[in-house]
Design a protein around this ligand. Structure first.
Ligand SMILES: *[C@@H]1O[C@H](CO)[C@@H](O)[C@H](O)[C@H]1NC(C)=O
Ligand SMILES: *[C@@H]1O[C@H](CO)[C@@H](O)[C@H](O)[C@H]1NC(C)=O
Ligand SMILES: *[C@@H]1O[C@H](CO)[C@@H](O)[C@H](O)[C@H]1NC(C)=O
Ligand SMILES: *[C@@H]1O[C@H](CO)[C@@H](O)[C@H](O)[C@H]1NC(C)=O
Ligand SMILES: *[C@@H]1O[C@H](CO)[C@@H](O)[C@H](O)[C@H]1NC(C)=O
Ligand SMILES: *[C@@H]1O[C@H](CO)[C@@H](O)[C@H](O)[C@H]1NC(C)=O
Ligand SMILES: *[C@@H]1O[C@H](CO)[C@@H](O)[C@H](O)[C@H]1NC(C)=O
Length: 915
């Protein structure tokens, strides 16, 4: 009985990453959802996202008569408003104190009235917040503002007055504009834009229609322009591009026509990024702003965040480097500096972050034309997208049998939405209900990570078995995230594989009786495996249908199948018996892959089924097998298709053939020679046999057969069932013609010393021409015991014994007596070979040979057979250990060595007398 195991191997895949980063918390002001304050020359309103999230928000400016004007993009540009959302949907709203609907007192006290409508998208309910904010402000003669969406300049109207110098500066302005100016009635008549090489004049009303904001206050004149206005020009100043608008406004006051030169220039490509720093450089001495000016005197500017100035100490704390010299102000802000914020985003489905900071720079200078100019730039900077794939850490401790996975680090705006484990996607609450532990972990710096724990036992954890004791648990998890509030989505995926050597494979025992029985003890890896025999699922139903026994419980199952069942496989018919087996395969229930195989093989006596004759005739009876439906026994054949049954009936077929035919192969193992063939059955049109039965005859070669030739008691070639033997004889010929031999009664044969002896060794009864007999060694002894001493060598290592040259091989030719010359070997021995103490030995002597059988087709493959001197004389071979080889011994009957009558070799006679 044999039990075979078979199993599978798996390939492991792993993922590994590491990096850590942090970020400051987002802005929020929970106690003050709507906050307004005066900041420099602005009114600033912040609305917390909590108030406006998923709602529509509208800002309107309210004028002195209570009329509300909806602030849309166009109005914002023309009238001096800006409205932006930050990453959390907090609103930053700013109004210039010189915005269109501001109520102004004495040009130093500014009242902005705002109406904020917040509409719930679901129920369309609108909540209205009114805000009236008063801001005092002291203006410099000229103030220039570079807002994020517009440019604004306001100039004290008295300066410059109409003066000779103005005409001298730009005489063409006046001469080209004046004819129109006289016909106008408005207080502001006309505006002339200075382009690169020409000028363009238009009515103020027309300019306002195309997006410019032009107005006056008691003492100031205001020009507001979008960055990309038609009349704006791009000019480079110290490598920084500026959008520049220069205009002369004609203004009639009483009887005087005033002509006010206004110019605004704001940088557009002044921010660069390097080494996780924001670099901002603003040149001083911006030529378009200094037309006609000289004696320029810079005073130190101010820099800050969110319109609030930072002191040198603040800068140092934030690692912000500010370099201010007469040519430029440059600021280096490290990413993450306090006052800005990080925000998560996705790009092409990948997670990443940006850093945002709102900064301003306020420079002030004085010159002889404009007096003091205050120049303010506001920047809302968002750094380029910085890809940050989620970092997944495997903290699994195998023996806990719980996967422990950490994914992070994320900003607080990242939310874990769902998990895909194996084939199943669940939301976080569903996952918790399934027994997963999902823990968001918030770190002191505001960042967060998520820890997921999944027990190995979870059905969505893949479990594989590697023989013999390893179990492999694979967690294939995809984390689904979204980013608040933009609802951008991204994923993090990992596969974690843990191997535990705790597998207990199933175990089997069995027995061979009237039924073949397999008893399986389950292990801990076969819960999802199901037993099959030959594609038949083994369960109670199939057991009943097919008449075998099947018992099962939690720890064991057993199958017991009658020998006649078609679940039985017939493997081999040989002289040793009939081998049948019950192959049981445990298959994975889901994939159907074979995971483990058991096979019990039983051998039953089969005397009636096979016979092996010494002459090489095999006779085999093949029973009809139920395995193959509608088997037509006449279509059975051996390896050679023309070797069909000699006789057949409905139930069995009989093959009779010689081992020399039908593609029968022979093979030597140890002391046996085995002839093998197969009985095959092919379904029509199929190239694979539907049925195959191995048949073999085994001949043992190690029986010592002492025979000498006699026509009477020549051993009868008979059928030997359990195992057949090869039979050898050693004969002594009467003379060198090898036609007449001594018979049994003639022994001991008396031999005179001067005459040679002629020997012949034959493999009897075989009709297999591919067998060749060789003499390995031959020798003579003085007793029947071939191991006794003294001993004289005759043939050594298949060669004539070279020391005496007294052995001669003779060829064997086919004649009336000899059918297969290869089955015989002949040699001649001269009698004076046998010397003892310098005298020829006289007395009884016995000859022995060790013979070997070789496969004549493949003689060179066998060192023992290929070294032979036969038939080529004198080929010397090495002595090899040939224990494993089929070897047989033959011995002769007694030969009495005698002196010829009348010989005077007395010594020999006297020796004989002492025997
Ligand atoms: C100009 O300012 C006045 C006074 O503030 C205001 O009433 C008027 O609407 C403004 N004109 C425009 C076009 O903004
Ligand atoms: C899982 O990993 C986390 C983070 O390393 C650790 O704090 C926790 O103790 C681990 N839990 C288990 C069950 O191993
Ligand atoms: C993990 O799951 C994904 C999606 O279900 C699949 O494409 C991938 O092949 C799986 N990987 C492994 C190692 O099972
Ligand atoms: C899981 O969440 C991700 C990210 O929010 C989303 O893209 C995906 O559609 C979700 N999957 C399922 C099956 O709901
Ligand atoms: C996860 O960690 C466990 C325990 O350290 C280890 O056995 C396993 O190989 C790891 N898996 C991967 C994919 O790194
Ligand atoms: C299961 O069957 C086996 C063999 O048939 C038996 O030894 C064992 O006691 C049974 N176990 C239970 C729990 O019934
Ligand atoms: C070989 O022996 C068998 C049985 O002893 C006999 O039936 C058969 O005729 C013999 N065949 C030859 C070729 O001698």
């Amino acid at each position: 009985m044999e039990i075979h195991l078979l199993s599978k191997l798996f390939v492991l895949v792993m993922v590994c990453v590491s990096e850590v980063w942090t970020q400051p918390p987002p802005r929020n002001f929970p106690s003050d959802m709507l906050r307004s304050r005066c900041q420099r020359s602005f009114l600033q309103v912040n609305v917390a996202s909590a108030l406006v999230l998923h709602r529509d928000v509208q800002f309107s400016a309210v004028d002195q008569y209570g009329r509300a004007f909806l602030i849309d993009n166009q109005l914002a540009l023309r009238c001096g408003y800006s409205l932006t959302y930050d990453g959390w949907r907090n609103i930053d709203f700013r109004a210039s104190l010189l915005s269109c609907y501001t109520q102004i007192k004495n040009d130093s006290y500014f009242t902005v009235v705002l109406k904020i409508d917040i509409t719930n998208r679901q129920n369309a309910m609108t909540q209205t917040h009114m805000r009236t904010i008063d801001c005092p402000y002291e203006w410099q003669p000229r103030e220039i503002i570079c807002e994020t969406n517009y440019m604004e300049v306001s100039v004290r109207r008295k300066i410059p007055m109409i003066a000779e110098s103005a005409f001298q500066d730009e005489p063409e302005d006046w001469s080209s504009a004046f004819p129109e100016a006289v016909s106008g009635l408005m207080s502001i008549w006309q505006v002339v834009f200075h382009l690169a090489s020409t000028r363009k004049a238009m009515l103020v009303k027309d300019a306002q229609d195309i997006g410019y904001g032009i107005n006056t206050t008691e003492s100031r004149i205001i020009l507001r322009s979008p960055y990309n206005a038609n009349e704006a020009q791009l000019q480079r100043v110290s490598d920084v591009g500026f959008s520049t608008v220069r205009a002369t406004v004609f203004y009639k006051q009483r009887w005087v026509i005033l002509l006010v030169d206004t110019a605004v220039a704001c940088p557009v490509d002044d921010v660069t990024y390097a080494n996780r720093n924001i670099l901002w450089t603003v040149p001083k001495n911006i030529p378009p702003l200094l037309v006609g000016a000289s004696a320029i005197k810079n005073s130190r500017g101010e820099f800050g965040i969110d319109l609030t100035s930072l002191t040198d100490g603040d800068l140092l704390n934030r690692n912000i480097l500010l370099v201010d010299n007469s040519l430029a102000t440059s600021v280096t802000i490290p990413y993450g500096a306090v006052g800005g914020y990080y925000k998560s985003h996705t790009s092409h489905g990948e997670h990443g972050i940006t850093y945002n900071i709102k900064i301003f720079l306020e420079n002030q200078w004085e010159d002889n034309r404009w007096g003091v100019t205050k120049y303010t730039i506001i920047k809302d900077i968002t750094t380029p997208f910085d890809q940050r794939p989620p970092i997944i850490t495997n903290d699994t401790i195998p023996f806990t049998k719980i996967f422990n996975v950490t994914i992070g680090t994320f900003l607080p705006d990242v939310e874990l939405v769902n998990l895909t484990i194996g084939p199943v996607t669940v939301t976080v609450p569903e996952g918790i209900a399934l027994g997963y532990t999902i823990t968001p972990l918030t770190h002191p710096n505001g960042s967060k990570t998520f820890i997921l724990k999944v027990p190995f036992s979870d059905p969505n954890v893949k479990k594989e078995y590697i023989p013999d004791y390893t179990r492999v648990y694979t967690l294939n998890v995809t984390f689904g995230f979204h980013i608040f509030p933009t609802m951008e989505t991204f994923e993090g995926k990992t596969t974690i594989i843990v191997s535990l050597t705790d597998a207990v494979p199933p175990n089997a025992s069995g027995d061979c009786k009237e039924r073949l029985t397999l008893r399986i003890t389950r292990g801990n890896v076969d819960m999802l495996w199901v037993p099959y025999i030959k594609d038949v699922l083994i369960d109670a139903a199939s057991a009943q249908l097919r008449g075998f026994d099947y018992t099962t419980n939690k720890t064991h199952f057993a199958v017991s199948v009658p020998r006649s069942s078609d679940l039985i496989s017939y493997d081999e018919v040989s002289t040793l018996g009939l081998k049948i087996s019950l192959p049981l395969t445990l298959r994975d229930a889901t994939t159907g892959h074979s995971m483990y195989e058991f096979n019990i093989q039983c051998t039953y006596p089969a005397k009636e089924l096979i016979s092996c004759s010494q002459n090489g005739t095999m006779a085999v009876i093949v029973m009809k097998l139920v395995t193959v439906p509608d088997m037509d026994l006449s279509r059975l054949h051996l390896r050679a298709r023309d070797c069909t049954p000699a006789v057949y009936s409905d139930t069995n077929a009989k093959f009779i053939f010689n081992v020399n035919t039908c593609e029968t192969t022979r093979r030597f193992t140890g002391n046996t020679m085995i002839y093998e063939n197969d009985v095959l059955y092919y379904m029509p049109g199929s190239t694979l046999p539907a049925y195959q039965l191995k048949i073999s005859c085994t001949y043992t070669v190690n029986n010592t057969v002492n025979v000498w030739y006699s026509s009477n008691d020549n051993p009868k070639p008979g059928v030997q069932i359990t195992s057949a033997s090869l039979v050898f004889v050693l004969r002594l010929s009467k003379g060198g013609t090898y036609s007449d031999f001594y018979g049994n009664p003639e022994y001991p044969v008396v031999q005179y010393l001067k005459d040679p002896l002629y020997f012949e060794v034959e493999l009897m009864h075989s009709s297999d021409p591919q067998l060749e007999l060789f003499l390995e060694n031959c020798w003579a002894t003085t007793s029947t015991d071939r191991g006794s001493l003294p001993r004289w060598d005759v043939v050594v290592n298949s060669c004539e014994f070279l020391e005496t040259h007294n052995t001669v091989f003779h060829p064997v030719n086919v004649d009336s007596r000899v059918t297969f010359s290869m089955h015989l070997k002949r040699f001649e021995v001269k009698m004076f070979t046998f010397m003892q103490a310098d005298n020829a030995y006289l007395g009884e002597i016995y000859f022995h040979c060790a013979v070997i059988i070789c496969n004549a087709d493949a003689r060179l493959a066998d060192p023992l057979c290929s070294r032979s001197c036969i038939p080529e004389k004198q080929r010397v071979g090495r002595s090899l250990d040939s224990n494993s080889h089929s070897r047989n011994y033959v011995s002769s009957g007694a030969v009495r060595l005698a002196l010829e009558p009348g010989s005077d070799t007395m010594q020999a006679w006297s020796h004989l007398a002492t025997q």
